[in-house]
Design a protein around this ligand. Structure first.
Ligand code: PGA
Length: 248
């Protein structure tokens, strides 16, 4: 099965030595999963060296970067610096960044800055909780408004990762059926905003994905791929996930 898998290592592993080991294992797993495009998002400090070691089969993403081109922003990295490390993708608005106070306005500025540098944004959205009244749709619509000013010709290069916050780091993912509905909703909002060109945007699901649920999510929820946290930081569990997808 053809799909995209983003391996979000978050703040792991603890040492560069272990990061290299994890990358080696990931590379091996990717070699036997030919139809899957894997994008590894390691901690920023490891990014440049891992990119060199990654070879041609792997793409890389920064987990975050700042909207400004440079200047007095202690602790931040710039989109241009990500680009300079030959990294192709950048996560924008991950739930764990939003929990630290990142807003839709921040996401909007980061999207503009990433696209200006020629990086592919992996734009994360997702509600913190669900209600019978369907307020989560309003919540996600507001987050998606960050895409309003994106030039239409750039839409095809954007990945949207829908990750309901309540399913991140949880026991199980959202049901594929609910993801299917959310995928349709996201597409509808984007088409309202940008017309038919929005059909080209790729939509990924994230939140407690593993080898036992990945295939069902990709087939039944009709998503273009998955964003994987915990399972991507262990070679065995990640290889099992890629094998399951590859054989589906
Ligand atoms: P998880 O994390 O797979 O550990 O739930 C997903 C994410 O936050 O990217």
């Amino acid at each position: 099965m053809k799909s995209i898998v983003v391996a979000n290592w978050k703040m792991n592993p603890q040492t560069f030595r272990d990061a290299k080991k994890l990358l080696e294992g990931t590379k091996k797993a990717v070699e036997s999963a030919k139809t899957i495009s894997v994008i590894v998002a390691p901690p920023a400090l490891y990014l440049r060296e891992l990119k060199v070691l990654g070879g041609r089969k792997l793409s890389f993403a920064a987990q975050n970067a700042h909207a400004e081109a440079g200047g007095a922003h202690t602790g931040e990295i710039a989109m241009a610096q990500v680009k300079d490390a030959k990294v192709s993708h950048v996560l924008i608005g991950h739930a764990e960044r939003r929990a630290m106070g990142e807003s839709t306005e921040d996401a909007k500025r980061k999207l503009a800055s990433a696209l200006k540098e020629g990086l592919t944004p992996i734009f994360c959205v997702g509600e913190t909780s669900r209600s019978a009244a369907g307020e989560h749709y309003t919540f996600v619509r507001e987050q998606l408004s960050a895409l309003r000013d994106v030039p239409q010709q750039k839409l095809a290069s954007i990945l949207i990762a829908y990750e309901p916050v309540w399913a991140i780091g949880a026991e199980k993912p959202m049901s594929p059926r609910d993801m299917h509905q959310m995928g349709i909703f996201i597409r509808k909002v984007l088409v309202e905003m940008h017309g038919e060109k929005a059909m080209k945007v790729k939509i990924l699901y994230g939140g407690s994905v593993d080898a036992t649920n990945a295939v069902q999510m990709v087939t039944e929820a009709d998503v273009d791929g998955l964003l994987v946290g915990r399972v991507s930081t262990n070679v065995d569990t990640f290889a099992a996930l890629l094998t399951a997808l590859q054989e589906a």
